[in-house]
Design a protein around this ligand. Structure first.
Ligand code: GUN
Length: 283
């Protein structure tokens, strides 16, 4: 079974659009998401366009602010301070990665935690690890939604995560743990990685290397979630971290690239923007 993130996200976005339609009457306006893009990285440009398109579909106001990669850290921090103070802004997203001369941690920490739609602010991260209410990071949230929509039982399962990034590997591990999976986090320096991944009933791959996971690394019947977005060095086409053609026949459930986790990430960003908007109104 192939889980279509594209279809699931279309359905969820339609439901959100229905809800947002009622917001002007209830609250006087719709949620407003501001996306900051620094530089011209083609991947980032494309992601930011996807976020603007999804916002339009859901009825969320989107402002994309583009800055040259020569912007200083101070200028970026000042822009964030201005958006934090703006009552008409509900969500602030700084597209990562940032140029090397800018301290990403400092920038993320500068965003008002109530407007942190990525769930990357240190206080949101702390709340996640303490099981307190918080904004959940979009990709991990989307992965759990996909597993549930596909009818996968998470409780009691052996889950293996490849990758330990702040954006995906660590938070998805915590969410799987909260769903009562037994979680193993692996990474580039894990010894005998294939031996570990073959134990996985649920395998989440976020390592950022094209077709890194080969058929011999996956057990028959495993659920395989591919977070990778890479260019296939041979064909130049978009591909995941998983050798899809070789693993699809073995897996019970698998996500494609493109059309899998990616659309769910954007869908969860829309959901987080609505949540931040509503939480700010409730105060
Ligand atoms: N770069 C890659 N993934 C993400 C994400 O989820 N949020 C932001 N802000 N930047 C990213």
């Amino acid at each position: 079974m192939i889980i279509s993130g594209k279809e699931l996200s279309a359905q969820l976005k339609a439901e959100m659009a229905e809800k947002v339609k009622g917001f002007p009457a209830l609250y006087g306006r719709v949620p407003h998401l501001v996306v900051i893009l620094v530089g011209e990285d083609p991947g980032s440009v494309s992601y930011v366009k996807g976020k603007a398109k999804a916002s339009a579909e859901v009825g969320i106001r989107n402002t994309t602010i583009r800055k040259p990669d020569t912007i200083s850290e101070q200028e970026l921090l000042e822009l964030i301070a201005q958006l934090n103070a703006d009552d008409e802004v509900d969500g602030i997203l700084v597209q990562l990665p940032l140029p090397k001369h800018i301290d990403e941690d400092k920038v993320i920490a500068a965003i008002d935690k109530a407007k942190d739609v990525d769930g990357f602010h240190p206080l949101n991260v702390a709340a996640l690890w303490q099981k307190q209410p918080c904004t959940l990071p979009c990709t991990p949230k989307g992965i759990i939604k996909m597993l549930k929509a596909a009818g996968v039982t998470i409780e009691g399962k052996r889950a293996v995560v490849i990758g330990r990034s702040n954006i995906v590997g660590l938070p998805v591990s915590k969410l799987l743990l909260d769903e009562n999976a037994t979680v193993t986090i692996t990474h580039s320096r894990t010894r005998n990685l294939a031996e570990v991944t073959r134990q996985a009933e649920i395998l989440v791959v976020a390592i950022g290397r094209p077709k890194f996971v080969t058929a011999d690394m996956v057990a028959d019947g495993a659920v395989v979630i591919d977070v990778g977005v890479n260019r296939d060095p041979e064909t130049g086409k978009l591909c995941g971290d998983v050798d899809f053609a070789a693993i699809e026949p073995k897996a019970s459930v698998i996500t494609p690239v493109p059309g899998g986790v990616g659309p769910m990430t954007i869908c969860c960003l829309m959901e987080n923007t609505i949540e931040c908007f509503l939480r700010r109104r409730a105060k």
